[in-house]
Ligand binder design. Structure first.
Ligand SMILES: Nc1nc2c(ncn2[C@@H]2O[C@H](COP(=O)(O)OP(=O)(O)OP(=O)(O)O)[C@@H](O)[C@H]2O)c(=O)[nH]1
Ligand SMILES: [Mg+2]
Length: 312
């Protein structure tokens, strides 16, 4: 048997959470076409015959512009430091820019790779291969990565393709330590349902709102009443400004209703029961920058994680 923790690290929007979901075979993590979708590390345990892989999906590393961003980066770096293996994910988008203008490796990736502990083994996945017509463009990138440090493997993949996901899982299983499983056979994650309620409401916002609005929203759970047939949930969407509130509510409350319906359907699948979801919208100025408000909204600084997380 093999067992290990694998931190999924990389820029925003490269497909880290998409990979986690594909590896688990369920859409546990939220995914969207917008960067900075993931804000918290998320454990997802993959159980295989020969290995147990404890993946930690992390927020996309980026140049932080506020305290929220710094905390997101901090939690990703902390996950990378604590892992047995790092899965560094990047994508082919940079390769699709004109060659005359670019270095072999995306400068942003270079910066992030330089920040990884060279003592922790790492596998690089170059994702979204389906978007690269000319595969020869991979060669200079593979060469440059190989020169950078001895990675365990460098694999171009399309994580939307189940075959590629299986190939990557098999490879990763071969690079985690030998040893007994770290989790019970039925453990999927260590986050409570309320965490996923927050996330699935946020995912509905990411899907339904545009521009700056999705990034301005945080969700808090005001009440969670777990009945035998029905789960009653009240949640507040926090925005920073009046204009954002107006957009989220929409004409006659239509937008908020759409967001609520979408989130409710997703939560019903998670809890396996009917859900009554009531959403409120509140203006909480500068919540991304005020430490006390960030903590109240569940965004703790790295190194000060709750028990539920530190056990992972
Ligand atoms: N074409 C293509 N798109 C993909 C692939 N994998 C993921 N995507 C898309 O890339 C976008 C970002 O995916 P996420 O999984 O949310 O990316 P992430 O790295 O978790 O992003 P952050 O949480 O913001 O750091 C989504 O629209 C995905 O559907 C792939 O293999 N091919
Ligand atoms: Mg993500």
């Amino acid at each position: 048997m093999r067992f290990g923790t694998i931190a999924i690290i990389g820029r925003a929007n490269v497909g880290k959470s998409t990979f986690l979901n594909a590896a688990l075979g369920e859409p546990l993590a939220i995914v969207s076409p917008l960067p900075q979708t993931t804000r918290d590390t998320l454990l997802g345990v993959v159980h295989r015959d020969d290995a147990q892989l404890a993946f930690l999906d992390t927020p996309g590393l980026h140049r932080a512009r506020n305290e929220l961003g710094r905390r997101m980066n901090g939690s990703a770096r902390e996950a990378a430091r604590a892992a047995d293996l790092v899965l560094f994910v990047t994508d082919v988008d940079y390769l699709n820019t004109p060659a005359a203008k670019r270095e072999p490796i995306d400068p942003e990736d270079m910066r992030l790779l330089a920040g990884l502990d060279p003592k922790i083994p790492a596998v690089v996945a170059i994702n979204k291969l389906d978007r690269l017509r000319d595969r020869t463009k991979l060669i200079p990138l593979l060469d440059a990565l190989n020169k950078l440090r001895p990675f365990e493997a460098i694999v171009p993949v399309t994580v939307r393709s189940p075959k590629d996901v299986e190939r990557l899982l098999r490879l990763l299983a071969g690079h985690v330590p030998e040893g007994p499983a770290g989790y019970d056979a039925d453990t999927l994650t260590n986050r409570p349902s309320s965490f996923f309620v927050r996330e699935y409401v946020r995912e509905a916002v990411l899907a339904g709102a545009r521009g700056e609005v999705p990034h301005a929203v945080a969700v808090s759970i005001d009440s969670y009443d777990d009945g035998p047939k029905l789960v009653r949930i009240e949640a507040t969407l926090h925005v920073e400004k009046q204009g954002q509130r107006a957009i989220l509510v929409g004409r006659g409350g239509q937008k908020l209703k759409e967001i609520g319906t979408r989130a409710r359907e997703r939560i019903e699948k998670l809890v396996g029961r009917k859900v009554f979801l009531k959403l409120f919208v509140r203006i909480t100025p500068r919540w991304k920058s005020v430490p006390r408000q960030l903590a109240e909204l569940g965004y703790e600084p790295a190194g000060k994680l709750s028990d539920e997380e530190s056990s992972s």
